[in-house]
Design a protein around this ligand. Structure first.
Ligand code: MN
Length: 466
């Protein structure tokens, strides 16, 4: 079994929560609005998915991790690894993670973790997290769905850290071949104090760009957890390099130094049909100026509305609404969840699901709903109880939706069809305990699909001659 790429459940609603960054109060508030109370199962059988970056920056990372660990252990949630969890596993002390890495030096507002047993439990939990969650309808990563990196990860049997270390080794070899790293480091040193001085200006140095882009992009763990990067300018003609995704640009200052590489808007290259939900890149609401925070450089989502989908096929969605920004003087930001298959977004300050924002993405060029047929499922056992109804998915055609409904009925009947059972008893079993899927709407030219009628017909066929 691949430990790095794991499966999402198929037949239940999902609540996919973006980067939390230690903000326990917004997390509790959001969980309550979504209908999760303590470690109780969700009343509608929904499941939680955490997109990674549970920790750092905010006031109480230990509480957030404890909450998520509890939900995962109770079987109500899955969680993937973000770059902040990866930093902890690598033993790296970074801005925002002193609560764990260097508790004596933790920022005043942060709850530190000192107990060695607690630290060990946390590390073990992080070590077991996958990098990717998927099913046939949905893909979830922390930062980037890069088809090449995902294929490399699919062929792996070890843990995320095993794979990470092996690729770091390979990357190191690549960078030291022909002394690329040595030469780039020399160039960097020659910039002197200017390299860390935002008020000055430094020239573009392609060797530094090559070093940084190769370092980031050669490791599929790194790419998936923190994104693809590319040089700011095309390589010199004599050097082989991938074509750039955007026009040449000048070095920019971010995170305390001048950058020769930029983050790739990978969603503009994503060609596949399955929607991808991710976090990591802080979504801006237009008001707070992310570039002004001095951390990330250009706003990657410029021109994209606050709650819109992105990418060529309009099927990629970033659910990180920058709650981590509350740690900066500017404040702002939200914790958010995407609800599947409803396709709505809920923020921590929405007090109920009625305030959720619809993020319809199946709109074709003429502005029509490209997936107008929905399957809803009641279960026969609770047929009086509409709250157990859920939306299974959306379909382009009525026929496709009906085919799916039939397969749900067939699955039940085949499973319960033993040699001893006759058609009448099988049908009775179905009408008591099976699922009752139906399609909305039924086009005028079609007959309404009835799961009971279909089950009756199938029971007779299945039990024929027995
Ligand atoms: Mn991140």
């Amino acid at each position: 079994m691949n430990r790095i790429i794991q499966r999402l459940p198929e037949n239940c609603g999902l609540d996919i929560i973006g980067d939390i960054h230690g903000y326990i109060a917004p997390l509790e508030k959001l969980l309550a609005s979504l209908g999760y109370h303590g470690n109780q199962p969700h009343a509608e059988g929904r499941q939680l998915v955490f997109c990674g970056d549970l920790i750092d920056r905010g006031p109480d990372s230990p509480a957030v991790v404890a909450r998520v660990m509890g939900l995962v252990a109770a079987g109500h949630a899955q969680c993937i690894m973000g770059n902040h969890e990866l930093n902890i596993l690598l033993g790296e002390t970074k801005h925002g993670n002193h609560w764990y890495a260097d508790p004596d030096d933790a920022e005043g507002n942060q709850t530190a973790m000192r107990d060695p047993a607690a630290k060990k439990r946390l590390k073990e939990f992080f070590e077991g997290l996958p990098l990717v969650l998927e099913n046939d309808q949905l893909r979830i990563v922390h930062a980037c769905w890069d088809p090449r990196s995902i294929e490399l990860l699919r062929s792996e049997g070890g843990s995320v850290m095993d794979v990470y270390r092996r690729y770091e080794q390979q990357t190191h070899q690549r960078l030291t071949e022909r002394n690329l790293k040595g030469l780039a480091d020399q160039e960097e040193a020659s910039l002197g104090a200017a390299y860390a001085d935002p008020s000055g200006k430094v020239p573009y140095i392609w060797l530094m760009a090559a070093r940084d882009a190769i370092y980031q992009d050669s490791n599929p763990v790194r790419v998936t957890a923190s994104g693809l990067e590319e040089p700011l300018k095309a390589y010199p003609p004599e050097v082989y390099g991938k074509p750039l995704s955007e026009p040449d640009a000048e070095p920019f200052f971010a995170g305390g130094k001048w950058r020769m590489v930029r983050r790739v808007k990978w969603w503009n290259q994503y060609q596949e049909e399955t929607p991808v939900i991710f976090g990591h890149y802080w979504r801006n609401f237009g008001t707070p100026d992310l570039a002004g925070v001095g951390k990330f450089g250009p706003d990657l989502f410029e021109g994209i509305e606050a709650h819109h989908w992105m990418g060529k096929k309009n099927n990629v969605y970033c659910v990180d609404f920058s709650v981590g920004m509350r740690a900066s003087e500017r404040g702002g930001g939200h914790l958010a969840a995407v609800r599947f298959p409803e396709w709505t977004v809920v923020h921590d300050e929405h007090d109920s699901l009625e305030n959720a924002i619809a993020i319809e993405h199946d709109i074709d060029e003429a502005g029509r709903d490209a997936m107008p047929f929905r399957i809803f499922v009641d279960d026969n056992f609770n047929y009086m109880d509409e709250s157990s109804r859920y939306c299974l998915g959306k379909f382009e055609s009525f026929d496709a939706a009906v085919t799916r409904c039939k397969s749900i009925v067939d699955e039940f009947l085949v499973k319960h069809n033993t040699d001893q059972i006759d058609a009448e008893s099988l049908l009775k079993l179905y009408t008591m305990f099976g699922e009752d899927p139906f399609v909305i709407p039924t086009p005028e030219s079609e007959t309404r699909f009835s799961a009971w009628d279909y089950a009756k017909q199938r029971c007779e066929e299945l039990c024929e001659g027995s």
